[in-house]
Design a protein around this ligand. Structure first.
Ligand SMILES: [Zn+2]
Length: 124
């Protein structure tokens, strides 16, 4: 938990010569040859590049690629609110993890699922 929280609020533009605060995340969807520029992602992921406002505006996709620009998150442009917002998102993200169910799915027929206890009782 400390690792992911440490990243929140300290994300910088991924351009080597730029140290501005990141406000957008560029994601390359290789399967669709599409570059998606959207609000700053809560967590840094592979194939994602954080960009500052300037670089996000000037960003261009590789030849033959489509660019999808999502509406920027207004909150990301307010420095004082951004960090708190990002932290809140991180906490919500952690809280979203669902408890591990003791039951394991062994079969599926249509909408019906056959469940059995995960090794607690001997079979048959
Ligand atoms: Zn930049």
């Amino acid at each position: 938990m400390s690792t992911s929280l440490a990243n929140v609020g300290s994300r910088r533009c991924s351009k080597p010569s730029c140290s501005k605060r990141a406000v957008a995340t560029l994601t390359y969807v290789y399967a669709d040859s599409t570059a998606v520029l959207g609000p700053l992602a809560t967590f840094a992921e592979p194939h994602c590049y954080d960009l500052c406002e300037d670089h996000a505006a000037r960003m261009t996709a590789p030849r033959g690629w489509d660019v999808v620009r999502l509406a920027p998150d207004p909150e990301a442009l307010k420095p004082s609110v951004d960090d708190i917002e990002a932290l809140a998102n991180a906490v919500r993200e952690v809280g979203r993890v669902e408890p591990v169910d003791e039951m394991v799915e062994v079969n599926r027929r249509g909408h019906l699922r056959v469940l059995k206890d995960s090794g607690q009782n001997p079979q048959n």
